[in-house]
Design a protein around this ligand. Structure first.
Ligand code: PMP
Length: 376
C-alpha cells in the first residue's frame, strides 16, 4: 500500500521509536520526583527540550511542551484573551480549525475577529491598515492543504511596528523547511511532532520569554507553570528525537521530495482535467493539492483507496463533513472546483516507485471514469 497522507500524520520513525521504548517499558519515573527514576525522566525531558529548541533556533527555556498543535494554538488565543478586556485578533482565513474555532470563541466574548486578506495563489496578505485595537495576529507558516508558504516575516514586521503580537502555527512547516523563530520575528510559535515522524499527541508552544500568557491548564506547575500535568515523558523524548533527525536530515529530505514532486507534477501536467493549486507560490516540497474536473474529491479518495493508495480530499480534519475546503474558498476557488480537490503529501519514507504506482492507479481511474462523472 502507498501512504501519501503525511500532512495528516506521518509514520513514526523507527529510530524515534527506539529512543522512546525505554520510557514506555520501564520509565515509571515522574519527572517531578527527586529519586533516581524521577531524575532520569527529568534529564530525558531536558535533552528533548534542547533538541526541539535547536530545530527552531531558540533557547530551551522558550519551549513549553503541550499535547500537540491544537493545544498550543488554543493556548495562544485563549491565553492572550484573558490578558486583555476586549480587543481585535487578526487571523489568516487559511488557518487550521484549531485557530479558527478558538477565534470564533473569542468573538463570542467581546473580541473582534479580523480576517486578513488572502490571494488566489494561497498567500495571506499584509493588511493595508490594521484594525484599531488589534492585539494579536496569527498566520500559519505553511498551509496544511495547499502547502503554500506564508509571508510570516513580512506580516510580523508590519504587526510589530503597530505593537501587535504575532503567532505562527508552524505545524506543517517544521521538519520540511528551515524554521528560525527569531528570523521570522514572531512572539509565539506552534509545533507538533507527528507531522515529521514523531509520535502523535505531543507538540510545543514556543514563546518569546518576556511575553505574558495565561496557561490553559493549571495544576502542579509543570512547564514553569505554563502547562500543568505530569509530562508524557516517552512522547516528549520521541518529539525531541524526531526534531534531531529532522534538523540533521532536512536537506536530504528536501532533495528527495524534490525528485518525487518533479516526477509527479510532470505526469499530472499531461492530464487536462487536473489543476495544481498554488503552483505559482513557494510551497512545501512534500505537498501537492490538485483539483480534478468532474470527479469529486471524496470519490477519488475512495477509488484510490481501493487501488491501494491512501490520501485525503482537502484536509483530513474536514473529511468527516463533505464541505468544500475553507482554504480553497478563501482563495476564491468556486465550490464546484473546491469539491474536487485531493491532496498528495509525502513523508521521508515515500519512494519513486510509489509515485509510479500512484500515477498508474490515478491514470486508470481517470481513463475509466463513467461519462456521467466526467460530464457533471
Ligand atoms: N495546525 C496545522 C496547520 C495542522 O495541520 C494541524 C494538524 N492537522 C494542527 C495544527 C493540529 O495539530 P495536532 O494534530 O498536533 O493537534
Amino acid at each position: 500500500r502507498v501512504y501519501f497522507d503525511n500532512n495528516a500524520t506521518t509514520p513514526l520513525d523507527e529510530r524515534v521509536l527506539e529512543a522512546m521504548l525505554p520510557f514506555l517499558k520501564n520509565g515509571h519515573g515522574n519527572a517531578s520526583s527527586v529519586h533516581q527514576a524521577g531524575r532520569r525522566a527529568r534529564q530525558a525531558i531536558d535533552l528533548a527540550r534542547q533538541q526541539v529548541a535547536a530545530l527552531v533556533n531558540v533557547q530551551p527555556s522558550q519551549v513549553i511542551f503541550t499535547s500537540g498543535g491544537t493545544e498550543a494554538n488554543n493556548t495562544i488565543l485563549k491565553g492572550l484573551a484573558t490578558q486583555f478586556e476586549s480587543a481585535t485578533v487578526a487571523i489568516s482565513p487559511l488557518e487550521h480549525p484549531s485557530i479558527l474555532q478558538p477565534a470564533t470563541a473569542l468573538a463570542a466574548r467581546n473580541w473582534d475577529v479580523y480576517r486578513l486578506p488572502a490571494d488566489s495563489h494561497g498567500q495571506t496578505q499584509v493588511p493595508e491598515k490594521w484594525p484599531d485595537q488589534t492585539r494579536l495576529v496569527s498566520v500559519m507558516l505553511a498551509n496544511n492543504e495547499t502547502g503554500v508558504l506564508q509571508n510570516v516575516s513580512e506580516i510580523a514586521l508590519s504587526a510589530r511596528q503597530q505593537g501587535i503580537l504575532i503567532h505562527t502555527d508552524a505545524t506543517q512547516a517544521a521538519g520540511k523547511i528551515v524554521v528560525d523563530f527569531s528570523r521570522l520575528g514572531v512572539h509565539f510559535m506552534t509545533l507538533s511532532a507527528h507531522k515529521f515522524h514523531g509520535p502523535q499527541g505531543v507538540g510545543a508552544l514556543i514563546i518569546n520569554k518576556s511575553q505574558e500568557l495565561t496557561p490553559l491548564l493549571q495544576g502542579g506547575g509543570q512547564e514553569k507553570g505554563m502547562r500543568a500535568g505530569t509530562e508524557n515523558v516517552a512522547a516528549i523524548v520521541g518529539f525531541g528525537s524526531a526534531c534531531d533527525y529532522a534538523r540533521q536530515e532536512l536537506s536530504a529530505r528536501q532533495s528527495h521530495w524534490h525528485v518525487l514532486r518533479q516526477k509527479l507534477e510532470t505526469a499530472l501536467a499531461q492530464q487536462d482535467r487536473v489543476q495544481t493549486i498554488g503552483i505559482n507560490s513557494p510551497r512545501l516540497l512534500n505537498t501537492i493539492l490538485i483539483t480534478i474536473k468532474g470527479l469529486r474529491g471524496e470519490t477519488s479518495v475512495m477509488e484510490l483507496d481501493r487501488r491501494g493508495v491512501a490520501l485525503s480530499s482537502g484536509s483530513a480534519c474536514h473529511s468527516e463533513y463533505s464541505e468544500p475546503s475553507h482554504v480553497l474558498l478563501a482563495m476564491g476557488i468556486a465550490d464546484e472546483q473546491a469539491d474536487t480537490a485531493i491532496r498528495i503529501s509525502f513523508g521521508q519514507q515515500n519512494t519513486v516507485e510509489e509515485v509510479q504506482y500512484f500515477l498508474a492507479a490515478f491514470t486508470e481511474l481517470l481513463d475509466n471514469l463513467p461519462p456521467l462523472l466526467i460530464n457533471n
